[in-house]
Design a protein around this ligand. Structure first.
Ligand code: ARG
Length: 458
């Protein structure tokens, strides 16, 4: 078996060494980025005079062919191909001969892999942000079409005050706005090229890392070769931003599980976005929502696992750093699927305005409004709270309906009793950012504008 580094070694590597250390099984996903990195590197080598024009052309042609073979699945991996970098270089050398053997001039897999992974992260974080924006778009559409539908807003999972359904949906939408920001922010910070750092210390050859960075579309090149090959902050940041999206999807998922339960009955899933039971013919299960809830745990695991790998690692490159890739690949894939599944689910779910209103119209949901009515008449809020609380208790003890007690109370009376009418309470949430029709109309416009600005970014 031939490895890239066989020169110094007497015999073949042990089979178990290759089995344990090879990363080709997963880093093959970096193939497009590895090819892009090699293209930039070889062009740079040509421009600084380390390769002739003919050699550059031969290597570029070989890279082109390797790229096509990888894309079409015709690429034949050899037993010594430890990782995608080794595999591509071997193939390029087979195809371009002596010129191919010059590809790795002034380069180490240490700066190469860091470059590849940054290119991957840059592209994938943008694509995840676009998927998040698509879910926000659906939340906006559902908020607009929800009109005046309202449901209980819960605290402690106890009915607290009625809120417009649009308000509730957009609460999830705004959380995703922060996610899009975080993805953009992580992406801007990782936009630095490590190519040209070499194994640890740069090179004695006249490399031009700025040229390579510009060729790859990076905003800047590294400042310190040791930092360049050992920094994986960008993976940790990406994993945090992705885990946060996962946590948001889990909270939306939990809401869907509750809304579609027989106990709440606020919504029904479309058949295409629900699953059946193998034993219970009557069941229609919210498995997407439950998995969104569960997968947040796995995403958090990806983040904490990487941080544990990085903790205490000496500078600069250590093979430990190879463990950065699987968590990132997994997180990107899971979030992409989770966002798309949730987008389809939210676009097709049917809301039941009557059931939501019935739950929200419990007279006690307007208790705060009664207290605020007394406040407007000059009573201190603490006294008003006690007075209304007393009426609620009398009604709960069976003395009379709350509306009758309110009507009979000289401090409250008929005008106050009207606050208990169906749908009245939600219309009284008038403050900016509040849950009633007036502020929600403004909020929808602000959300729409924010979404358009974000969509233009990605
Ligand atoms: N597959 C390796 C990684 O993912 C590439 C770098 C190997 N470098 C080395 N010095 N062994 O990190």
């Amino acid at each position: 078996m031939s490895t890239l580094w066989h020169g110094r070694f007497g015999g073949d590597p042990a089979e178990v060494l290759m089995a344990y250390t090879a990363s080709i099984g997963f880093d093959v996903r970096l193939a497009p980025d590895d090819i892009a990195g090699s293209r930039a590197h070889v062009r740079m080598l040509g421009r600084v005079g380390l390769l002739s024009e003919t050699e550059v052309a031969a290597v570029l042609a070989a890279l082109e062919q390797a790229e096509q073979e990888l894309a079409s699945g015709e690429f034949e991996f050899a037993p010594g191909d430890e990782d995608i970098h080794t595999a591509v270089e071997r193939r390029v050398t087979e195809l371009a001969g002596a010129a191919g053997a010059k590809l790795h001039t002034g380069r180490s897999r240490n700066d190469q892999v860091a470059t590849d992974l940054r290119l991957f992260a840059k592209r994938e974080l943008a694509s995840v942000a676009a998927d998040a924006i698509a879910l926000q778009q659906v939340l906006l559409e559902r908020a607009v079409s929800a009109g005046g539908a309202y449901l209980p807003g819960y605290t402690h999972l106890q009915r607290a005050q009625p809120v417009l359904l649009a308000h509730h949906l957009l609460a999830h939408g705004w959380a995703l706005t922060r996610d899009v920001d975080r993805l953009a922010d992580a992406r801007a910070r990782l936009d630095v090229s490590p190519l040209g750092a070499g194994a640890v210390a740069g090179s004695s050859l006249p490399l031009d890392p700025d040229m390579a960075a510009a060729e790859l579309g990076f905003a800047a090149r590294f400042e310190n070769s040791m930092d360049a090959v050992s920094d994986r902050d960008f993976v940790a940041e990406a994993l945090f931003a992705l885990a946060m999206v996962g946590v948001h999807l889990s909270r939306l998922g939990e809401e869907i599980v509750f809304w579609t339960s027989e106990e709440a009955g606020f919504a029904t899933l479309d058949d295409a976005y629900a699953t059946g039971s193998s034993m219970l013919p009557q069941k229609k299960n919210p498995d997407i929502a439950e998995l969104a809830r569960a997968k947040a745990g796995r995403l958090i695991g990806n983040l904490t696992g990487l941080l544990a790998t990085l903790k205490g690692l000496p500078l600069a490159y250590n093979r430990d750093l190879q463990e950065d890739k699987e968590p990132l690949f997994d997180a990107v894939e899971q979030i992409r699927l989770g966002l798309r599944a949730m987008t389809g689910l939210m676009a097709s779910i049917a809301f039941h305005a009557d059931a939501m209103a019935a739950a929200a119209d419990a007279p006690s949901s307007a208790a705060t409004d009664l207290a605020e009515h007394l406040v407007v008449d000059g009573m201190a809020f603490r006294d008003a709270h006690a007075a209304v609380g007393h009426l609620v208790r009398r009604s709960l003890e069976g003395e009379s309906a709350l509306a009758d007690l309110v009507r009979a109370d000289p401090r409250l009376g008929e005008a106050a009793a009207e606050l208990l009418a169906s749908g009245a309470a939600v219309t009284r949430r008038t403050t900016p950012g509040g849950a009633g029709p007036e502020p929600v109309a403004t909020q929808i416009e602000r959300f729409r504008a924010r979404l358009a600005a974000d969509a233009a970014r990605f």
